[in-house]
Design a protein around this ligand. Sequence first.
Ligand code: ADP
Ligand code: ZN
Length: 601
Amino acid sequence: MEQVRQLMGQVFGFRAFRGIQEAVIQHVLTGGDALVIMPTGGGKSLCYQLPALIRPGLGVVISPLIALMQDQVNSLKQLGVRAEFINSSLSGPEFRYVEERVENGEVDLLYMAPERLLMERNLEWFSRLRLSLFAIDESHCVSQWGHDFRPEYLELHRLGQLFPGVPRLALTATADGPTRQDILERLDLTHGRLFIAGFDRPNIRYHVVAKEGNSFNECLSFIRQHHEGQSGIIYHMTRKDTEETAQKMREKGYNALPYHAGMEQEERRRNQARFLKEEGVVMVATVAFGMGIDKPDVRFVAHLDLPKSVESYYQETGRAGRDGLPADAWLAYGLSDVVRLRQLVEGSEADDTHKRVALHKLEALLGYCETMACRRQVLLNYFENAHLGNCGNCDNCLSPAESWDGTEAARKALSCIYRTGQCFGVAHLVEVLRGEMSEKVVKHAHHQVTTFGIGKEMDVREWRAVFRQLVAAGYAQVDVTGYGGLRLDPSSRPILRGETTLMLRRDVARKQPRRRKTTTTPATKSSASGTLWDALRAKRLELAKEQSIPPYMIFSDVTLREMESRKPTSMREMADVFGIGQVKLERYGAIFLQVVKNHKA
Ligand code: ADP
Ligand code: ZN
């Protein structure tokens, strides 16, 4: 393994393995099969890239994302790794060129999509080659339990029989039990080893805010305060909202672009490329965006709508801060999200088992949103990682939430649901509680029910927070027909009878957590300000533009930060900087030495 470590330093410029990487690599090097579960940004790719460089023959990487293969291959080429891809974007001559290089043993890693891999012609070609391994990336795509099922992945179970002796490594960030088991069975890997990494992403700070109506302004002020000029992702549920929010962001002076599955492919491709290549782009997207994007310097991920499950949330937020520098995950959450998601699940056509699973997942997510405990602890417990709490890097740890005895309020709210016939939505229920003689109240004679006007002591916002928490906790159920009427769940009886107390979370306009030392100077500031950091970034951008690749493919921010603090004066010292392997040293070492030297002068 010492040699493997050396190779890692030489090629990638990394100093040590992270977590389970070493164990996985050792296992693959001895020819074993495995399923590797690691959080997004955890460092999965090294687990197959290094073995493919060491084992003789061609390493085949199966990836569902044709649009991103080129980026992955470009990154590797920057490191001097002999990587190629085969997909429909190649012209005839390009295709034959890659084929020839593969046959001459000049390629160590070949990326392709599953449907191409399993074409008879390709299988026949592979049978004549020496293969070092198969890496099945995003392997949760094989499972219907996962959130991104792709039927073509199902056929991959044949690989074991077709190519006995070639190790197969499936990788995913999706961790729940049923999906994991499903992947093992469907890929015929039940005999293989299961490697599960710790799921913590300590550099990500989690925030959840209660939303009232549209939370665009809150999101904007968060970005203004913490992430001016930095790149980030804003997630929305609908296509329309992504376009509207992107437009509003642009009006506020941000370099914001929309991304959703309904856009023309060409426009989608262009926006994605800009997000990768330019600095400081904010992508406003549906969940169609993100898989396979391994831009390391995404500084924030904001959710303006609730994701579907804790898994999705963790995967989406995991796209922030892959470089290990501080990053934020920010989520706005409100009653309308709860109502809509409950309707979506309960009203769906799915069979009971699927519904139960979906409902359970939704409950876990709502629990996360409402929790007063350390968010990291809740997240990690969900992934069966024990955590003692008090992480010091989530909103609840930084400014503890207040709780209050909501038993009486809950009783009033629940009886109001009951007295009005269990079919009205929250807006109406709050009017009744607050004793408002609205048209609708009068029409239904609800000024005559016993709960009319018994809740004047609390304002609309406070009542909505009570209802939200009751629905989130399952004491009240949302009707599935679409009008958002509430009815009682049997579990609410102990509260109504006064047999139990209920602590609720107080929604307060939270003060934004104190600002951290920014890790990257906003891209909007020009290099004219004259720091070494600016000079290094300007050089990086210039080199990236020349080659038409994203700046982070030249050097990551972490590498530039180290250069800034170490100020290397020789190639020897430059070689010690994190992220500088042999090939990058040869290509860029002297150029950046000069930048450091000029700056000193
Ligand atoms: P994943 O595919 O699991 O989301 P990646 O393989 O893209 O994660 O790795 C995430 C980031 O961590 C990348 O920027 C990568 O260069 C970096 N990385 C991976 N392994 C190491 C390591 N051993 N030391 C330092 N950085 C690493
Ligand atoms: Zn915490």
